[in-house]
Design a protein around this ligand. Sequence first.
Ligand code: COI
Length: 357
Amino acid sequence: MDTLTDIAVQKAEQSRLPEVDLDNPGFGKVFTDHMLEMEYKNGEWKQPVIKPYGPIQITPALSTLHYGQSVFEGTKAYYIDGKTVNLFRPEKNYERMANSCERLCIPKIDRETFLEGIRKLVKLDHKWVPEKDGNSLYIRPFACAWDTQVAAKVSDTYRFYIILSPVGSYYDAPVRLITSQNYVRAVEGGFGEAKTAGNYAASFYPARKAQQMGFSQVLWLDAFDHEYVEEVGTMNIFFLIDDVLITPPLGGTILPGVTRDSVLKLARSWDMDVEERKIGMTEVMEAARSGKLQEVFGAGTAAVISPVKEIRHHGELITIHEDGRGPVGQKLYDTIYGIQRGKLEDRFNWTHSIEVA
Ligand code: COI
């Protein structure tokens, strides 16, 4: 496919920014003045257009509503100063979206269109990038089936959108997790590694049960033994046991997180002992009982580095951190967020600056 970097812009007549409190935006509740839209029909993606953010017209027979043939991404833009905004590793989001598209039979979006679409949209709406420490502009690209037909089949038409939302932290308090022996998030051969709506929809019922029991989320275990740790659904998971940083390996059932990858690269660059390997709950609980479980935290674009306060497994509750992150989680958060905000040296060339003025 040809590179489609020519993006037409229709500007909103009036900005809604004066109505928004950028210091307290919540998460994913308010959206900026513009969005990017691109249509796929007759076997090709058409020219993208940036237009005023607003409702889109669909029919009740829209195939996405019935069969969930849809994929999405999450990345962020960070305030540097009045002239510059940073993106963080957006090419990794492109790679993951391309893989998710492949798995969901959605025609691949051109790389430059995806990256240039983000850059152009963020530049146009840069005044929405929050300056407050901890806040950022969440970028949500997504693609979905657009056929008007209730047959369960691969769609012939699609839409791709990018929308932007100023956000604060995803978790306001340290996370409390519970494992499940009855429900699983993904199974080998399924689509656990794709960022697709169905993975989230399937997790809501068990997550609601967990919340009714006072927990924030389910800590997902493998589908066969209900023993090996997978991820949290909203973030990947890390354990610090006896000074070794351990995270489950990517194997098709776990989302390949950009923050996960950044944590691994940073920890290795600090000469920490790092292991990507299967980790069972028996090991986690034993480490907690013997005092060797030093830290547990989740890593994700929305979650950044979120400390896990407690885990309940088979009726036994372990408490890891009473409040806040442990020293390693805190160092990772400070380093990743410091690089994102342009306050620390970017040794890995992770950030892409956008000149906005
Ligand atoms: C992200 O971290 O970007 C996600 O998509 C997670 C979602 C729960 C907001």
